[in-house]
Design a protein around this ligand. Sequence first.
Ligand code: NAI
Ligand code: MG
Length: 488
Amino acid sequence: MQKNENSNVFKASWIYDEAPESIDHIQIKKKYELFIDGKFTKPVKGNYFDTINPSNNQKIASVAEASDEDVDKAVKAAREAFLGWSNLSGKERGKYIFRIARLIQERAREFAVIESLDGGKPIRESRDIDIPLAANHFFYYAGWADKLAYAFPNRTAKPLGVVGQIIPWNFPLLMASWKLAPALSAGNTIVLKPAETTPLTALKLAEIIQESGLPKGVINIVTGAGETGASIVNHPDIDKIAFTGSTGVGKYIQKAIAGTPKKLTLELGGKGANIIFEDAAIDQAVEGIVNAIFFNQGHVCCAGSRLFVQESVADLVIQKLKNRMETLIVGNPLDKNTDIGAINSKKQLQTIENYIKIGLNEGGEIYQTKCTLPKEGNWCAPTLFLNVSQSHRIVQEEIFGPVLAIQTFRTIDEVIEKANNTPYGLSAGVWTQTGSKIFHITQKLNAGVIWANTFNKFDPTSPFGGYKESGFGREGGLHGLSSYVKFE
Ligand code: NAI
Ligand code: MG
């Protein structure tokens, strides 16, 4: 990547095969303000923080830190906008949402580059998955806006009011879209906070929102870290909090709003079981294992971070998996050949490295892709652990990195028991050519999302969410819409 110091413009055209003129220069500002009441606004206290490029740990831009006063301004703007927005006909609301979707599509390349620059994910993923899916969420919920009466027959669905949305750093624009699109469709107004390590695509989205002509105050985007999040959570004039992030913060929010009328949905961590039966198509299953745990450096709440292989095929699967791991390219997120990008932050890298130490201390047998990691930035080679059991911490706790814990099993009952034996209940995958086995096991697995002969597939029409410590409430589909309405 070449950077022109004077204009603070990143040249990124070589990322794409066709290198069209329109993406020759990706505009990144030196300083970003808060998006409140339709305008970019300086923070009251004048504080800014740096957002970093995790592939070299260099600063990309300064970003405003919202204090209680700024959050209060944003909530007031959202409250002010609520009556107008919720009384607009569904058809009109849908048009605005549709326009936002179109603008994301038009500027998809710019979004993809910024996402990879700010968060470290491979450009191939930002370009082919995150950004198109983000646009698709807006398209999908644009379609519901004038169909609420059909969505909830025999009941009158009303918006909740002002919604506070707090999102994580693993899928920044996509998580913003999961939250914003259904809330808008149902007629709510919003204060959204992106994660402090990846605020740039949400701020780019703010520019698009301005361009779309969305009435001011309907979406407000405030940046900052946990304190800004807490001031949204604790603001008395917010009707609902929607949160995606760590189980620890989820629990904090649950306690903080206890006894208030605020509604809550939580999408928290996971420890997904990926189960390979002996009759699976083995090569496809190995691809599926790689995708399940190494997609987005394993920064995925529904990652298949526990692998269960039926004993009779375990040696074969593990050998093929190790071979495949040797072909993975770890490096520059902006290179279109990269499979594994940078770990999102120094802090997250420390967490992952600490878990690798724990795994070794507990007697696990490690295997890592043999590769030279770049000197600067935050990197972790794809890693697997053999010789682990249910009681090991790396089997029970979310690592949120490219680290897979492998166990074997003999019977279906044994694997069901083991798969369900963690505090989480978000995702699972099953690989078998026998349809009846899929129907049997999916009834017994305690996971909100279960994939059969695939993994990590997402679609706006499908509800997504967890059980147990993975949280409650669903995003996507009609379920996702119902999280943003009340009935009269
Ligand atoms: P986090 O839960 O602290 O961050 C998520 C969001 O919550 C960010 O926007 C953050 O600013 C905000 N936040 C932090 N403290 C808050 C508070 N007291 N009140 C309101 N908002 C607050 O996650 P973190 O520390 O970045 O990652 C730690 C671990 O959490 C990861 O290792 C992973 O295991 C898990 N995680 C899970 C995610 C998921 O998709 N389920 C996403 C991100 C992290
Ligand atoms: Mg960053």
